[in-house]
Design a protein around this ligand. Structure first.
Ligand SMILES: [Ca+2]
Ligand SMILES: [Ca+2]
Ligand SMILES: [Ca+2]
Length: 395
C-alpha cells in the first residue's frame, strides 16, 4: 500500500540562493536516504528521550512522515520490519538492550509484540529477545496502552508530528517568517515510558545512550537495517547522498572510524572554525542522556525543545536569532503518550513560506534545496558542540 502524502510546492525564491541539486533532506531525519524515502513506514523521522514529570524516562520514535489528516486513518506499520529503540548502558556505542517492536495484521488496528533483547541479541536487527508485552495499535484520538511486567508502558499510533521547523525560511536563505512547515501533519509514533528505576538500572552513573533503527527481512533471510537515528540531522546534513543508505545500515560503534573524514570534509566545506572538534562530537550518532540532570536537548531531547533555535543561538552567540517557530502547533499533553493527538481530517497544513524549489512526496521525488539548509545543518551540529563544551566547562 502506498499512501498519498502531502505535496508542498514552494514559490520562487526572492533572493535567488544557489541550489545544491537534489538534496534529500527535509527535517530532522525525515526522508533522509533513498531506502528510507521509498518506504515511509520504516523512515524514522525523529527520536526523543526525556524525563517525564513523574521521573520516568520516555522514549519515542516517529515514522510515516508528512501524513495528511485525510490519510492518517490509513497509516500502518510494516509487518515485515523490526522497529527498535536500542540502548547503550556503558558508553561503548554498542547496544546492551533493545526494545524490538514487530507488527501483524493489515487493518487499521494492528497487533504488535514488544521483545526485550539483551547482550548479543541486542546487537542484532532480528526479532530476538523475550516477549515483554503485546498490544494493539491505536487509531484516531484513542490511546491503547500495553504494559510490561516491569511497568514499562507502550503506545503505537497516529500523533501530530512533534517536530517544528520553518524549513521554507531556511530554504529562502534563513529568511524566517515563522511558519511551521510541519504544521498539521501527522506521523506514527512508537512511545515507551520506562519506570525511573528501570531506566537507572540500564545506565552507568546515570548515563545512557539511545538510537532507533528499522530493519526489513532481506532476500537471504537476514534483517537489513533500513534507517537509524540518534540526534537530529546527522545523516541528512553531513553524509553525502551516495553514502546515506550505507550510513543508515551501519552501527554507531563504527561511526567514528568510517565517517570522521566524511564529516570533517563536510564541515570544512562550510568553513567551520572547529572542524576536528565538531567531527568528534557528531559521531557516533547516539542521543545521550544523563538521568541525573534535567533532560533538554542536547541532554536527551524533549518534545518541546526548540532544536533549531537552540542550535542557531549557540553557534552565533546571538540569543535573539531563531526561525520564529518556537513551539509545536499542538500543545503536548502532560500524560502518556505525551505526543499530541493527530491533526483531524478536514484540517490542512499551514501555507509554507516562500522558498526556492519544490518539495513533494511520491515517486520520482526530487527536492531542490539551497545552501541555506546545509548551512543550517552545520549550525545545528556546531551548536551541539557549543552546548557540550559549556556543560563540560561547568562540570
Ligand atoms: Ca529517516
Ligand atoms: Ca554497550
Ligand atoms: Ca506538529
Amino acid at each position: 500500500m502506498r499512501l498519498r502524502k502531502l505535496s508542498i510546492a514552494l514559490g520562487a525564491s526572492a533572493i535567488g540562493v544557489a541550489a545544491l541539486g537534489a538534496v534529500p533532506a527535509l527535517g530532522a531525519d525525515h526522508r533522509d536516504a533513498p531506502l528510507a524515502r521509498g518506504a515511509a513506514m520504516t523512515d524514522i523521522n525523529d527520536l526523543y528521550a526525556f524525563k517525564a514529570a513523574n521521573g520516568n524516562l520516555v522514549l519515542a520514535m516517529t515514522v510515516n512522515p508528512l501524513t495528511s489528516p485525510a490519510d492518517t486513518a490509513k497509516l500502518m506499520l510494516d509487518t515485515d520490519a523490526v522497529y527498535e529503540i536500542k540502548l547503550d548502558s556503558n558508553g561503548d556505542a554498542k547496544a546492551d538492550k533493545s526494545w524490538k517492536f514487530t507488527f501483524s495484521g493489515n487493518t487499521a488496528v494492528q497487533d504488535y509484540t514488544v521483545r526485550m533483547a539483551s547482550a548479543s541479541d541486542a546487537l542484532t536487527n532480528d526479532p530476538s529477545g523475550a516477549t515483554i508485552a503485546t498490544g494493539k495499535t491505536s487509531t484516531g484520538m484513542g490511546v491503547t496502552v500495553a504494559t510490561a511486567a516491569d511497568g514499562t508502558k507502550f503506545y503505537v499510533g497516529p500523533r501530530d508530528d512533534p517536530f517544528f521547523f520553518d524549513l521554507a525560511g531556511f530554504q529562502a536563505g534563513l529568511k524566517f517568517t515563522g511558519v511551521d512547515t510541519f504544521k498539521g501533519t501527522n506521523v506514527t509514533a512508537i512511545v515507551a515510558e520506562v519506570p525511573a528505576a528501570v531506566a537507572s538500572s540500564n545506565a552507568t552513573g546515570g548515563k545512557l545512550g539511545v538510537w532507533a533503527t528499522t530493519s526489513k527481512r532481506g532476500t537471504l533471510g537476514g534483517w537489513d537495517q533500513i534507517d537509524r537515528m540518534g540526534r537530529p540531522a546527522i545523516n541528512t546534513v553531513f553524509i553525502p547522498a551516495d553514502m546515506k543508505d550505507a550510513f543508515n545500515s551501519n552501527n554507531p560503534d563504527r561511526d567514528a572510524a568510517i565517517y570522521t573524514d566524511t564529516v570533517k570534509a563536510a564541515l570544512k566545506s562550510l568553513n567551520s572554525p572547529a572542524t576536528d572538534a565538531l567531527a568528534g562530537v557528531l559521531l557516533p550518532d547516539i542521543l545521550t542522556v544523563d538521568l541525573n540532570m534535567a533532560t533538554k536537548y542536547l541532554n536527551g531531547r524533549g518534545l518541546a525543545d526548540d532544536v533549531i533555535d537552540i542550535s542557531l543561538q549557540a553557534i552565533t552567540g546571538n540569543a535573539a536569532i531563531g526561525d520564529g517557530v518556537n513551539a509545536n502547533d499542538n500543545a503536548f499533553p502532560a500524560a502518556f503518550p505525551y505526543l499530541a493527538a493527530p491533526n483531524g481530517a478536514g484540517t490542512a497544513p499551514g501555507a509554507p513560506n516562500t522558498g526556492s524549489g519544490t518539495i513533494e512526496q511520491g515517486d520520482g521525488v526530487n527536492w531542490t534545496l539551497p545552501a541555506g539548509l546545509v548551512a543550517a545543518g552545520a549550525l545545528l551540529a556546531a551548536a551541539g558542540f557549543a552546548n557540550r563544551r559549556r556543560a563540560e566547562d561547568r562540570a
